[in-house]
Design a protein around this ligand. Structure first.
Ligand code: HEC
Ligand code: HEC
Length: 340
């Protein structure tokens, strides 16, 4: 107990020294701010679909199995590839008919914390519901569910895995959705230099990045939407990007603020996930900063939190340096041996 108290005292002292270097934030802010960014200790799984290792292993096989697509030529990983921050480095993802989709594939990293709405416009109410969307969409995996259930039931190992993971239910649309969602929830961004700093290692990130963090939470006002350890409020905002895509307004036609509004993406592993925004229109983080400094296009739907920001080039560089500290140690994702 005594040593814990001592640590608390010395931590406060250390933090106070660190804050001295950061001109931008009020001295008492940084330690309490840092507490808001601590990584969670556990992955939350919903009561309606609790974790089992059997479900996660089955879901992983389905995620990486081309037989889940109509032409047996696509997997979830075709558009959400672990090597590219669980996205693809394209403006719009390419579907099974070789056409480019209208929107950029978002990451599936940290989806356990991605609810309650999924997709850029939030049209799916759970990760389970979301998973069945791309399988059936003709421009994506183009696979009718009855055909998929028949195909998987005809593969003896799959049949056994489903019966084991979902006793009594076996191969069904519900089981497929639950297995894939369970696997997705295990996809969590790795420990990043930023986390080491949050955990008390002052040398884990540069002074420039520390100043970027202060600006992110201060003058640049990013943290009102990019909140918490995964850097998203999971809500919908119009940030003033030029676009014809009405986004969330398709679901909330009577909400004037829903027009051109999209779900706030998390910023973990952001350096691996270019190009940026729902239409992939911004090539790099510097271009993202140019957009935010400008405040975006003025229109009635634009968020009140979006205004031109007065930042020097040095401050912009600091913010980019900060965002770069959010990329975690890369995890080797081994491909599953697919059931035969
Ligand atoms: C052809 C490319 C493609 C394939 C294949 C694909 N996706 Fe997607 N995915 C996308 C695109 C594009 C979006 C965004 C679409 C939108 O919001 O309108 C998306 C959105 C998502 C989201 C929502 C993320 C969020 O932040 O709300 C999740 C989760 C997801 N996909 C998982 C999957 C899974 C699981 C599979 C396999 C069953 C899959 N995707 C197959 C392209 C693809
Ligand atoms: C009003 C809420 C809001 C504020 C304030 C805000 N963002 Fe965003 N951010 C979003 C939304 C919503 C998107 C997605 C917009 C789109 O796709 O059209 C986004 C997208 C991004 C992306 C691209 C992520 C990706 O996966 O493509 C980055 C990087 C980013 N913001 C950083 C910042 C920074 C840095 C600031 C502060 C200068 C900031 N944001 C302020 C809501 C906000």
């Amino acid at each position: 107990m005594h040593s814990i108290r001592l640590c608390v005292l010395s931590c406060i002292a250390l933090a106070a020294i660190a804050v001295g270097a950061i001109a931008n934030a009020a001295a008492q802010d940084i330690p309490s701010l840092k507490a808001k960014y601590k990584r969670p200790a556990e992955i939350p799984f919903p009561a309606t679909n609790p974790y089992t290792p059997e479900k996660a292993a089955l879901g992983k096989a389905l995620y990486f199995d081309p037989r889940v697509s109509g032409n047996q030529n696509m997997t979830c990983a075709s558009c959400h590839n672990p090597s590219f921050g669980w996205e693809v480095p394209l403006k719009g993802a390419i579907g099974s008919q070789n056409t480019m989709l209208g929107r950029n594939a978002p990451t599936v990293l940290n989806m356990a914390w991605g609810g309650p709405h999924y997709f850029w416009d939030g049209r799916a109410g759970s990760l389970e519901e979301q998973a069945l969307g791309p399988i059936q969409a003709d421009v994506e995996m183009n696979m009718p569910l009855p055909t998929l259930i028949k195909r998987l039931s005809g593969i003896p190992e799959y049949k056994r895995w489903f019966d084991g993971a979902f006793p009594g239910a076996g191969v069904s649309a519900d089981s497929i959705a639950k297995a894939i969602a369970t696997y997705e929830r295990t996809v969590v961004s790795g420990y990043a230099p930023f986390d080491a700093w949050i955990d008390g290692d002052e040398r884990a990130i540069s002074d420039s990045a520390k100043n970027g963090f202060a600006l992110f939470n201060g003058k640049a006002n990013c943290a009102v939407c990019h909140t918490g350890w995964n850097f998203t409020d999971n809500k919908f905002h119009d940030i003033g990007m030029p676009t014809d895509d009405i986004g969330r307004a398709k679901l909330e036609p009577n909400n004037p603020k829903a027009k051109f509004a999209f779900k706030t993406p998390g910023l973990r592993d952001i350096t691996q996930r270019a190009p940026y925004m729902n239409d992939g229109s911004l090539a790099d983080l510097e271009s993202v900063m140019v957009h935010y400094v400008s405040g975006g296009m003025d229109r009635p739907s634009k968020s009140a939190d979006m205004r031109a920001i007065d930042l020097s080039q040095k401050e912009i560089d600091d913010m980019v340096a900060f965002m770069k500290t959010l990329t975690g140690t890369s995890q080797v994702v081994s491909l599953p041996v697919l059931p035969q």
